[in-house]
Write a protein that binds this ligand. Structure first.
Ligand SMILES: *Cc1c(COP(=O)(O)O)cnc(C)c1O
Length: 370
């Protein structure tokens, strides 16, 4: 008789639902017998511009060193990030995607008997990292799909070690302003680590969103996580980072894998940080594409959640599963968000002008059918 390994796993891991990524283009092509070139994927908040030329050049130059381990300290990238944000390199922690940072936080501070506070409709990795470490998830109801920061502060108890907040949040695109963050941070006890996830912040700066980096010197219990996956266009390479106090960075450094960021990712991120032109083009394309989708939704009589990310959650006011399936049959991949308790919504990443149009045309067609 074989034993039941699930019952032998940590009880919280038995409750854990695995992360569901956006459907890969090749998978849909295989399933429907379509040409991958005819498929549009707007499902994973990827940068539609393609990689920066200077990033590709930096990667080619690094290829002869593939037999070597990467620089486990990430010296050059940390120096560059520190200069970029006027921080000390000892405040920076590099991650295999910012996802890695979230997991390092959970590993260092969460365990059975402890809890993490986060919002309903927040990024799926918060419950996954929390449950994987055996801790309790304190999911706080949202207000109009956005973080209810007052309720989140009130949900903190003596067993809370971490609060995850995302600004803007994925998949809702919702955000909070400087005043709300000020009030929230002043309420959080100083022994609770606040993880401010700014995966999309490059799309949202110059607005009323706070820049987490500005708060670090005042709040030693704050960690700001950011990524090269979205506005910098390096999702495939997996590189993200956090900025925090040196003490917190030192603790994360104890639990990370020795070579958690690979050498191609390190050189690519350095090149990406220098390519301000690419970042500017990403931002401009996103603003225009967001407008294009909102105009399209308006014409179709649909409502949506205003978003500061590179994606938008559109509401069909009925179960969106059939609409999603019909879009797939049209070769358009978007993201169902029923797993985020938003069964009437689909999340659509902002693509190129042509991709956005392709999606809107398919949606117009599909809404006549279903
Ligand atoms: C995409 C995303 C991340 C992290 O992505 P990485 O590719 O692991 O850097 C983190 N937080 C949110 C809210 C995201 O949407």
């Amino acid at each position: 008789m074989s034993c039941d390994f699930l019952t032998l796993a940590l009880p919280s891991i038995q409750e854990l639902s695995p992360y569901v990524p956006g459907k890969p283009v090749d998978e849909l092509a295989r399933e429907l017998g379509l040409n991958p070139a005819d498929i549009v994927k707007l499902a994973s908040n990827e940068n539609p511009l393609g990689p920066s030329a200077s990033v590709c050049a930096a990667i080619s130059q690094a290829l002869p060193e593939l037999t070597r381990y990467p620089d486990g300290s990430g010296f050059a990238l940390k120096e560059k990030l520190a200069a970029h944000y006027a921080l000390d390199p000892a405040q920076i922690t590099l991650g295999n995607g910012s996802n890695d940072i979230l997991e390092l936080v959970a590993r260092a501070w969460l365990a059975p008997g402890r809890n993490a506070v986060f919002s309903a409709h927040a990024f799926a990795v918060y419950p996954i990292a929390t449950l994987a470490s055996g801790a309790e998830c304190r999911e706080v109801p949202a207000k109009d799909y956005a973080h209810d920061l007052d309720a989140m502060a009130a949900a903190i108890d003596s067993n809370t070690r971490v609060v995850f907040i995302a600004n803007p949040n994925n998949p809702t695109g919702t955000w909070f302003n400087q005043a709300s963050l000020n009030v929230f941070l002043s309420k959080v006890p100083e022994n609770v680590l606040v993880v401010l996830d700014e995966a999309y912040i490059e799309y949202a700066l110059d607005s009323d969103l706070p820049d987490g980096m500005d708060y670090l010197s005042r709040y030693p219990n704050l960690l700001v996580s950011r990524t090269f996956s979205k506005a910098y266009g390096l999702a495939a390479l997996r590189v993200g980072y956090s900025a925090s106090s040196k003490e917190i960075a030192n603790i994360l450094n104890r639990v990370r894998q020795p070579f958690n960021v690979n050498s191609l990712a390190l050189v690519a991120a350095c090149a990406a940080l220098d390519d301000s032109d690419y970042l500017e083009r990403s931002r401009t394309a996103n603003t225009q594409g967001m407008q294009q989708l909102e105009d399209g939704f308006k014409q179709l009589g649909l409502s949506w959640l205003p978003s500061r990310g590179n994606f938008i959650a559109v509401d069909f006011n009925r179960d969106a599963a059939a609409i999603n399936q019909a879009l797939l049959e049209q070769g358009v991949i978007v993201r169902p968000v029923a797993g985020y308790a938003m069964p009437t919504f689909l999340r659509v990443s902002i693509g190129t002008k042509a991709e956005n149009q392709r999606f809107l045309d398919a949606l117009t067609h599909v809404l006549k059918q279903v």
